[in-house]
Design a protein. Structure first.
Ligand SMILES: *Cc1c(COP(=O)(O)O)cnc(C)c1O
Length: 354
């Protein structure tokens, strides 16, 4: 099932690897596919990267019926290109689709389409240490209608953005503010879906945290305002008295693929691991007792993001004197080693592109 490929007539210049940053530069081509009730998903194609012309009454602009994914293509030391667990992203994309009333797509076909798109854009996968090609699959509701209802038509598109090394200047532990004023998502809502509304809901809390000098917000659960959920748009982990602990997936937490990879890796090493409810008080008490060994966030962008400071109302704790802990470092090295093809992949996570 070959894709129709329309090549761009002019190609963009490639910036130097140390000028990439995040999410500002886009490649020459994109993937497009449409949905209509009578045809299902149809007309998958690779087109020149271009603006989307859209009617102002398009549903997605008004009621946010849209979902997205985020994953990366990596260049190995041999110059090959590979993806990390793309099937997991595509199956999460379909789970998000279900929550937003968007029709399912075929995951095996979508993986083939993605590999073909990356193959067309392979020269855009940067090769300096820590750089990669960020992949953003998106689905939007395209009906021209102002009724609050599920759209009948959709566009699936994928754009690509070469991104710089997240830790170009070395690991930098972040400062986190526990928000007691805002809630990201609640159980039985859409917190588990990668959908625009959850990010819209996080902007004000993030802006307040930034104003107070913090990098990210730590979200507590919406019901009891007591249990730790996520940090910014990352999952969160604690090492308490030698055990790796993360909040159990409870319906409002986004099921991160990096989260799952960290859990698999730690279990593979025989480390004690638990997924359970963790109250914010437990974290501060563990710190008081000298048992809070490490805190870090996980996500595709940074993989591991060590936390150096945590503020909850008037209480402030410093973790490991702002230095990166051994477990954070070991997990980062092990997972990025597999992603960049520098280490064996005992889990079957890698999908080669070429
Ligand atoms: C994407 C995302 C994560 C991390 O998921 P990964 O698959 O590890 O990148 C965590 N929390 C939120 C809210 C997210 O959007």
């Amino acid at each position: 099932m070959a894709l129709k490929v329309t090549k761009a007539s002019t190609l963009k210049p490639h910036p130097a690897d140390d000028k990439l940053g995040f999410g500002q530069i886009f490649t020459d081509h994109m993937f497009n596919m449409d949905y209509a009730p009578e045809k299902g998903w149809h007309d998958p194609r690779i087109d020149p990267y271009a603006p989307i012309s859209a009617d102002p009454a398009m549903l997605v602009f008004h009621y946010g019926q849209t979902i997205f994914e985020g994953l990366k293509a990596y260049r190995t030391p041999e110059g090959k290109i590979q993806l990390f667990r793309p099937q997991a992203n595509l199956s999460r994309f379909n789970r998000s689709a279900e929550m937003l009333c968007i029709p399912h797509f075929d995951e095996a076909e979508a993986l083939e389409h993605l590999k073909q798109l990356i193959a067309v854009e392979k020269d855009w996968v940067p090769s300096s240490l820590g750089t990669s090609l960020y992949i953003r699959p998106t689905i939007i509701a395209t009906d021209i209608y102002l009724g609050v209802t599920a759209s009948k038509t959709y566009r699936f598109f994928t754009i690509l953005s070469p991104v710089g090394a997240y830790y170009a200047e070395g690991f930098a532990p972040i400062k986190i503010l526990v928000t007691t004023e805002h809630v990201r998502a609640s159980r039985q809502g859409i917190g588990e879906a990668k959908t625009a509304a959850n990010y819209a809901a996080s902007i004000l809390a993030g802006a307040k945290a930034a104003k107070a000098g913090y990098t990210q917000v730590l979200w507590l659960d919406a019901v009891e305002r007591k249990y730790v959920e996520e940090v910014g748009s990352m999952n969160i982990f604690f090492v308490i008295d030698g055990e790796l602990v993360t909040p159990a997936l409870n319906g409002s937490i986004l099921p991160g693929i990096t989260r799952d990879s960290v859990l698999s890796m730690a279990r593979h090493w025989g480390m004690p691991v638990s997924e359970r409810n963790i109250s914010i008080d437990e974290i501060f008490e563990a710190n008081e007792a000298g048992k809070l060994d490490e805190v870090f966030g996980t996500g595709t962008a940074a993989v591991i993001s060590p936390v150096g400071e945590l503020r909850y109302d008037e209480k402030v704790i410093h973790i490991r004197k702002n230095e990166v802990g051994p477990i954070s470092q070991k997990l980062y090295d092990a997972i990025t080693g597999i992603q960049f093809g520098q280490a064996e992949d005992p889990f079957g996570w890698i999908v080669p592109v070429d």
